[in-house]
Write a protein that binds this ligand. Sequence first.
Ligand code: 5GP
Length: 211
Amino acid sequence: MAQKGILVVVSGFSGVGKGTLMKCLVERYSNYALSISATTRSPREGEVDGREYFFRTRDEFQTMINGGELIEYACYCENFYGTPQKYVEEQMEQGKDVILEIEIQGALNIKKKYPEALLLFVMPPSAAVLKERLEGRGTESPEVIDARLRRACEESEGIENYDFILVNDDLDVCVKQMHGLITDQRWRVNRNLDFINEIRTEIKAFSKGEV
Ligand code: 5GP
């Protein structure tokens, strides 16, 4: 049986380029499944329901919470965002490494529920670059940009809860590093206990001269 997939949480400040990173990762390597979140925020230009997000009303989102459909949810800059459970569990069972691109509150809740999850935090090469990227995106009003920068301040206090940081300076390098970190998780001792025990038993048998 294939090993169960790895659950990977990717967070990072708004504007750090997480979306592009994720897109590049799934295009380049085949073993990833990108979870699609539900949100109450309005679609940005070009975003499609069921592709970037499941866009839902507050009532619909509340129904998902009440029905236990979300493994985590959080409020971010006055909108709700949450991860549907079914897809994540199914993909992991099939051996896919599932990526959740979520903010810090959600990341911490995932770590509580799935202690073996890998938590990655994407950093900009500098604060100035982050501000430039956020302003240059041109999809948000100055008020929203300010709110997101304030939120980045808060989030920066929580980075120590993550397992690794990734610096998104050169996209190509960052994608390779991310893939490397995720693939290395397959060699964790606690993911390989069956194999370890098999070898252990065989060595014991050899040492006793049974084989
Ligand atoms: P945006 O509005 O820029 O698409 O996303 C805003 C923030 O919400 C980002 O930090 C993004 O990672 C986070 N986010 C997206 N989906 C989820 C989710 O399902 N749960 C949580 N907790 N955060 C999410």
